[in-house]
Design a protein. Structure first.
Length: 365
């Protein structure tokens, strides 16, 4: 239980608990609604009867089309979350908000744009909370949901890392991880001062279709391949498709991750929004399965080459903030929300690899 859950707001929390137990359809503002994870989330919310108000400035990928763009219960505005007047207009009449907008890219982002990541994401977070606090006081908003990150466990030494361990381990070293931790403190502050209920959501290593090269990603050379270093799955698939042999991986390949399907994460986020058990709580959303980067690389290699080539690899110098181990405890989300991420990595790659291969062919990644 987060320490700041104990600080008051009991009457408001009881009202919200009753609201969530008796109302099944809500109007939800989703910031960053054109993003990668939100591509899965908006569809999940619409499929479950909710009305979604979306805002995005297309700063990551440029303009993108989504399957639900013309859905009658989806209302999209192209705009900047930092525009407080616009945010107040959009959030008025909403029952909840999911704060997912952020400046984000691949691992190279963490090193090349360290200040911009911290400063811009802090401004986005502050504007989101300012609008939410206003709507909580003057309109119908009941709760804010914050999309944090597994990077808050960047410096963790206890595994599997439980939700409460985030306050026990050293702070993240990267400015991106540190700012994501700051988002959680925004939730603490807004609850302490204004009694605004919250849920903190930490997705682990999302994998799915729709993850393209970010506009700000710069190209670097990896072996004989020049590409924008984004996230590990699209990077490895691109290298294999372009014929790299041996395959270049960052570091030893012993880095441990929990690759979780975007659809499974969207399901978990929806439960965090809907379930009264999520009020003033924080959750790790993840598959329970650990996979090393080397295991992932070999799996991708074999799916593309289908046994025609033996797997070979070589190690490149890793980035400074290439965390060696992120292993979450998933017990709390299962116990309180009934949540399980059950899509296997093999199933995920069966969907994602062909999509990335096609994007390479058409020059879309």
């Amino acid at each position: 239980m987060p320490l700041y859950r104990l600080l008051g707001g009991v009457a408001k929390t009881k009202q919200l608990n009753h609201f969530l137990r008796t109302r099944h359809v809500m109007k939800i503002l989703v910031t960053g609604s054109a993003g990668f994870i939100c591509g899965y989330l908006v569809e999940e919310l619409l499929n479950n009867g909710h009305e979604v108000v979306g805002i995005d400035n297309y700063s990551k990928y440029g303009k993108v089309e989504k399957s639900y763009d013309n859905h009658p219960r989806y209302h999209f505005t192209e705009g900047d979350v930092k525009d407080l007047a616009l945010m107040k207009n959009l959030i008025a009449g909403c029952d909840q908000v999911l704060g997912a907008a952020a400046m984000i890219g691949g691992i190279s982002y963490f090193h090349e744009l360290a200040y911009d990541l911290l400063a811009e994401n802090e401004r986005i977070t502050a504007a989101t909370f300012d609008a939410a606090i206003w709507a909580f006081k003057h309109s119908s908003l009941k709760k804010i949901n914050i999309l944090s990150s597994s990077m808050v466990f960047e410096s963790a030494t206890t595994f599997p890392s439980r939700e409460e361990d985030v306050r026990k381990c050293p702070p993240p070293l990267s400015t991106y991880g540190f700012q994501k931790l700051a988002c959680e403190y925004f939730a603490q502050g807004a609850f302490e001062q204004y009694k605004l209920p919250y849920t903190i959501i930490r997705p682990f290593n999302c994998v799915g279709i729709g993850e393209k090269r970010a506009l700000c990603d710069s190209e670097i050379v990896s072996g004989n391949i020049k590409l924008a270093m984004s996230h590990v799955v699209p990077d490895l698939v691109q290298k294999v498709v372009k014929g790299q042999d041996p395959l270049h991986i960052l570091g030893s390949g012993d880095q441990i991750r929990h690759y979780t399907y975007g659809g499974d994460l969207a399901h978990g986020i929806r439960l965090c929004i809907e379930k009264p058990e999520a009020i003033n709580e924080d959750f790790n959303l993840s598959t329970p399965v650990s996979t090393s980067v080397l295991e992932l690389a070999e799996l991708i290699w074999n799916k593309i080459h289908k046994g025609a080539k033996p797997f070979r690899y070589t190690s490149d110098t890793p980035f400074k903030y290439d965390v060696q181990k992120r292993v979450p405890s998933v017990e709390k989300a299962e116990r309180l929300l009934g949540y399980k991420a059950e899509t296997t990595l093999d199933q995920i790659l069966d969907e994602v690899v062909p999509w990335i291969v096609e994007q390479v062919r058409i020059g879309g990644i």
